[in-house]
Design a protein around this ligand. Structure first.
Ligand code: HEM
Length: 397
């Protein structure tokens, strides 16, 4: 098993601008071996067709916990809140996903639109009063967590605490803050789900806690809390990065921005292109091969960790003509930004609507929106899986 070893590090240079290296790797004869934490290495897949093949293959497992444990890279006590669909294979995966889906899509179609608009305009009012903002802290971060708290039914009085713990996970994101946030949220969600089970009131967590026979849950207690945790977080940092990366891409391409202002009907397609051009989740979560695959002549052996670069697939010029250019008029919807195969994002539709309403309102309200710093001063957050900005200072007066 060649899952230990050095490989190429995904260093800060790659985090700041992965695209030149992804281009080289797409054209290379062999799949590159990259170095991850705990001394583990993975084979990296960065072509569009290869990425789809891996993401839909039953020979590629999402439950990497046994392999990580064997290497000392994961401990059982660090695995609390991990019994959810994103770490499961068929047939467990289908069961966990089916039981969670109504919590993300409950309500009539469009029911959440006025709620999103209300949150967006409240945040933009505050920015308008100041004339300047850090769009990450003041807009992109508070929007999705506020929305998801309302959808899941986190009581108003608890939201500040929940947002604070979620910031431990998403903003601070160091080992201590992640351990602290996870422990606090786990205890809080366990307690809240018990209350929702006895006093359900139609919100997302009540549905999760009571959809079984006689109002019980069909999930085990650990699955229930893990699923609630996943739903709270899967759409948080991802959305922050869609808004941050998307607005930056538009500000760096003034002709595309002008076109979007002149032709607002292009907005849904523009969001797809922004998702493709600078993908919020740069790599899919790690996978493990249980049988060998052949990726158009390049071998992916059995018993390896594999990292799929969604950003790489989305810049593959065999699939997207002139892939390194931003073109809000192109048909980009088959991008991989929401993944592919059985783990395709459960919240993709909600994310699209949020992206359209947030970026649409921002452009409409601030015709003079511009960067407040030189683009080369902007820094990407240190993360292997996610691709997002530390901050995005703008002026809008
Ligand atoms: C722009 C925003 C978003 C992006 C780019 C995004 C991206 C992704 C990606 C790439 C995956 C697949 C990961 C993999 O296969 O390793 C995924 C899965 C998932 N996403 Fe999203 N996501 C977004 C927003 C949301 C929202 C708003 C929610 C719901 C509140 C959500 C819920 C989920 C869930 C539950 C999964 C796991 C699906 C499964 O394992 O079957 N996501 N997302």
């Amino acid at each position: 098993m060649r899952i230990r070893g050095r490989g190429t590090p995904l260093d800060n240079g790659y985090i700041q601008d992965p695209y030149p290296r992804l281009q080289q790797w797409r054209d290379a004869e062999h799949l590159p071996r990259v170095h991850l934490s705990y001394g583990i290495s993975a084979l990296l897949v960065s072509g569009y067709e290869d990425a789809r093949q891996v993401l839909e293959s039953p020979a590629v497992s999402k439950d990497v916990r046994p392999a990580l444990r064997m290497l000392g890279g994961s401990r059982r006590d660090a695995e609390v809140l991990s019994e959810h669909m994103l770490n499961a294979d068929a047939p467990q995966h289908a069961r966990l996903r089916r039981l969670a889906a109504p919590s993300v899509s409950h309500g009539r179609p469009g029911e959440w639109t006025p709620v999103i608009e209300e949150i967006v305009h409240e945040l933009l009012d505050r920015i308008a009063a100041r004339g300047s903002a850090d769009l990450v802290t003041d807009f992109a971060l508070p929007l999705p967590i506020t929305l998801v708290c309302r959808m899941l039914g986190i009581p108003r009085a608890d939201r500040e605490r929940v947002i604070e713990w979620s910031n431990d996970l998403v903003v601070q994101a160091n080992p201590e803050s992640v351990a602290r946030g996870t422990a606090k949220l786990g205890a809080y969600l366990t307690d809240l789900l018990e209350r929702k089970a006895t006093h359900p009131d139609g919100d997302g967590l009540s549905l999760l806690a009571t959809h079984g026979p006689h109002g019980s849950s069909q999930l085990t207690r650990t699955e229930l809390v893990s699923t609630a945790f996943l739903l709270l977080f899967a759409g948080h940092e991802t959305m922050v990065n869609l808004i941050g990366n998307g607005v930056l891409a538009l500000l760096e391409h003034p002709q595309q921005l002008d076109r979007l202002r002149r032709e607002p009907g292009l907005l849904p397609g523009a969001i797809e292109e922004l998702l493709r051009y600078d993908s919020p989740v740069s790599h899919a979560t790690i996978r493990y091969t249980t049988a060998a695959l052949d990726l158009r002549g390049r071998p992916l052996p059995r018993g390896r960790f594999v990292l799929v670069s969604l950003a790489g697939g989305n810049r593959d010029s065999e699939t997207f003509a002139d892939a390194d250019s931003l073109d809000i008029g192109r048909a980009a919807a088959r991008h991989l930004a929401f993944g592919h195969g059985p783990h395709y994002c459960l919240g993709a539709q909600l994310a699209r609507v949020q992206g359209q309403l947030a970026i649409g309102a921002l452009l409409q309200r601030f015709p003079r929106l511009r960067l407040a710093v030189e683009p080369d001063r902007l820094r990407r957050r240190q993360s292997t899986l996610m691709r997002g900005l530390e901050s995005l200072p703008v002026r809008c007066d």
